[in-house]
Design a protein around this ligand. Structure first.
Ligand code: HEC
Length: 449
C-alpha cells in the first residue's frame, strides 16, 4: 500500500502539462549546461587531440563513415528526412534528404554537400550537447560545440531542455512544411497515421498507413496526402537516388526506435534538471528560514516525483500506440539492434523486437542501460527502481499500467535483475525490507517503501 502523499503525487503532471510547460533556464548554475561536457563526442575529441585516434576522410562523404565508426553508430540506423525543418534546410529536399544516424547516446546528421556534420550527443548529466564538424579535409578535424542550436533544441518540442526531436509535417514537393495544415511531434505514442510526414520510410506495415514517402500535390488541400502510394515500400528506387548515401534504407524499425528513444532521453534530462533545480531552490529556502536542509515542501516533491512517474510510464511504454498489423524493416537494422543485448541467463533481452502488436517483446526501454539513466539523481533513480519493481510485480495492475496486461511482466523483472546489477541489489534490499515489515506488522504489504 502506498502512502497517501505519494498517491496524490502520482496524478501530476500529465504529459500534456509537461510538454507544454516552460523552457527551463538552461544557463542556471545548478544545471551547469555551459560547463565542459562529458558526452561520447567530447571523449572522442580528447582522443583526436592527443593523436590516439585519426579520422579518415573520403571525397564523397567527408568524415561521415569514420566518425560513425569511432562513435560506434551503425550505418543501418540511417533514416532520411526530406522536410526543410532543421538547420542546413536550404540543402534538404526530397531529392537530397538529410540522413540521420544514431546509437543509444549519439545522434548524427549528414546533408549532401553540407559544410558540416551535425551531432547531438548525450551528456549523462547535461542532456544533449550540440556540435558540428567541418566537412572539409583538415589535419585536425574538430567537433565544435554550438549552444546556439538550442534555439530549436531547447523548446516545448524538446520538453524545454536541451534535447532531441522528431517532427512529422505536410511537406510540399520541395520539402517546405505546410505548417498551416498542422504538424506532429512524434513519439512511440503516436498513431502510425500521424508519423513520418517529410521522411522516407522503407519496410512493410500491412494495412496501416503513414505520411512518409509522399509530398502534397495541392497546396490548398495539404492534408490530402496520397498515403497509398507511400505505403509498404521495401525500396526507394524511382523515388529518390540514394547512390551517394551510406545506406539505401530509411528503415521503418529504425524510425520507430528513434521515436521511442529520443523522447525517453528528453524525459531523463527534464526530470534530472527539474530535480536539481527544485533541490537547489529548496535548499536556498531552507537556509533562509533556518529549516533542516533535507526538508522538502510538497511542491518540491511534486516536481521531482511527478516527472519521475512519467519517466517510469515511458520506460514501460504505457502509452505506446499499438500496431494494427505487423511491421517489417527493410535493412539489417532489426537484427543488429537486437544483437547488442545485453541478454539474461535465458538468452532474453529487452532489445528483442515484437513488431506484431508492439515495438518490443518485453516493453522496458533499453535506455536503462545508458550512462544518462545511471546518472539520474539518486532520489529519482531510487523512485524509478521502486516503481518499476512495484508495477511489474503487482498482483493487480494499477490503473495507469493496464497496458502491461498481456505482457510477460515476470520476464522483464528477471531480465533486468540478470543484466543490471544495481537493480538486483535494489530488489534484494527492498524484498528484505518488505518481509521485515510483514513479520513485524503481520499485515502484508505495509512495509514502508
Ligand atoms: C531551425 C531549427 C533547428 C536548428 C537551429 C537546429 N536544429 Fe537540429 N533538428 C531540428 C529538427 C526539426 C529536427 C528533427 C528532424 C528534422 O526535421 O530534420 C532536428 C534534428 C536534429 C538531429 C537528430 C535528432 C535530434 O534531435 O537529436 C541532430 C543530430 C541535430 N538536429 C543537430 C543539430 C545541430 C548540431 C544544430 C546546431 C548546429 C541544430 N541541430 C540546429 C531543428 C533544428
Amino acid at each position: 500500500m502506498r502512502s497517501v502523499v505519494l498517491t496524490a503525487l502520482l496524478a501530476v503532471p500529465t504529459l500534456a502539462q509537461f510538454s507544454g510547460s516552460f523552457v527551463l533556464p538552461v544557463e542556471d548554475e545548478a544545471l551547469g549546461y555551459n560547463q565542459p561536457a562529458h558526452d561520447p563526442v567530447a571523449r572522442l575529441q580528447t582522443k583526436l587531440d592527443s593523436g590516439d585516434i585519426k579520422l579518415n576522410y573520403d571525397s564523397a562523404q567527408g568524415y561521415l563513415l569514420s566518425v560513425l565508426k569511432q562513435l560506434n553508430i551503425p550505418v543501418e540506423s540511417q533514416v532520411l528526412v526530406f522536410s526543410k525543418t532543421s538547420f542546413q534546410q536550404s540543402l534538404i529536399a526530397p531529392w537530397a534528404p538529410r540522413a540521420l544516424y544514431f546509437n543509444d547516446d549519439v545522434y548524427l546528421g549528414f546533408v549532401q554537400n553540407g559544410e558540416v556534420l551535425e551531432v547531438a550527443s548525450v551528456d549523462p548529466v547535461k542532456g544533449a550537447i550540440f556540435y558540428t564538424m567541418d566537412q572539409r579535409k583538415s589535419d585536425k578535424p574538430k567537433f565544435v560545440r554550438h549552444d546556439e542550436c538550442l534555439q530549436c533544441h531547447a523548446s516545448p518540442r524538446t520538453l524545454g531542455i536541451p534535447g532531441h526531436m522528431v517532427r512529422s509535417v505536410y511537406p510540399d514537393a520541395e520539402g517546405f512544411p505546410q505548417l498551416q495544415a498542422g504538424s506532429f511531434t512524434t513519439t512511440h505514442a503516436s498513431p502510425m497515421k500521424e508519423r513520418w510526414g517529410g521522411w522516407f520510410v522503407t519496410g512493410t506495415h500491412g494495412s496501416q498507413r503513414h505520411m512518409g514517402n509522399v509530398w502534397i500535390k495541392d497546396k490548398n488541400n495539404p492534408e490530402k496526402l496520397d498515403v497509398e502510394s507511400g505505403a509498404n515500400r521495401m525500396s526507394l528506387k524511382g523515388l529518390v537516388d540514394l547512390s551517394p548515401y551510406a545506406s539505401q534504407h530509411s528503415d521503418i524499425v529504425a524510425l520507430m526506435v528513434l521515436e521511442h528513444q529520443y523522447h525517453v532521453h528528453n524525459l531523463i534530462t527534464r526530470v534530472a534538471y527539474e530535480t536539481r533545480l527544485a533541490l537547489s531552490q529548496q535548499e536556498g529556502i531552507n537556509k533562509a528560514l533556518g529549516r533542516p536542509l533535507d526538508e522538502w515542501s510538497d511542491s518540491t516533491k511534486r516536481r521531482i516525483f511527478g516527472g519521475s512517474e512519467l519517466l517510469v510510464k515511458n520506460l514501460l511504454f504505457t502509452d505506446e500506440a499499438l500496431l494494427e498489423a505487423p511491421v517489417k524493416g527493410s535493412s539489417e537494422f532489426t537484427r543488429r539492434f537486437a544483437d547488442r543485448g545485453p541478454r539474461d541467463s535465458k538468452g532474453r533481452s529487452v532489445r528483442d523486437f515484437d513488431l506484431t502488436r508492439r515495438l518490443f517483446k518485453y516493453p522496458l526501454s533499453f535506455i536503462v542501460y545508458t550512462e544518462a539513466f545511471d546518472s539520474l539523481p539518486l532520489q529519482v533513480k531510487e523512485y524509478v527502481y521502486r516503481r518499476l519493481h512495484e508495477v511489474l510485480t503487482a498482483q493487480t495492475l494499477e490503473k495507469d499500467y493496464t497496458s502491461l496486461a498481456n505482457v510477460d511482466r515476470p520476464a522483464i523483472v528477471e531480465i533486468l535483475r540478470d543484466t543490471k546489477p544495481d537493480f538486483d541489489t535494489f530488489v534484494r534490499a527492498r524484498e528484505a525490507k518488505l518481509s521485515l515489515g510483514k513479520a513485524s506488522s503481520g499485515v502484508p504489504g505495509t512495509g514502508r517503501n
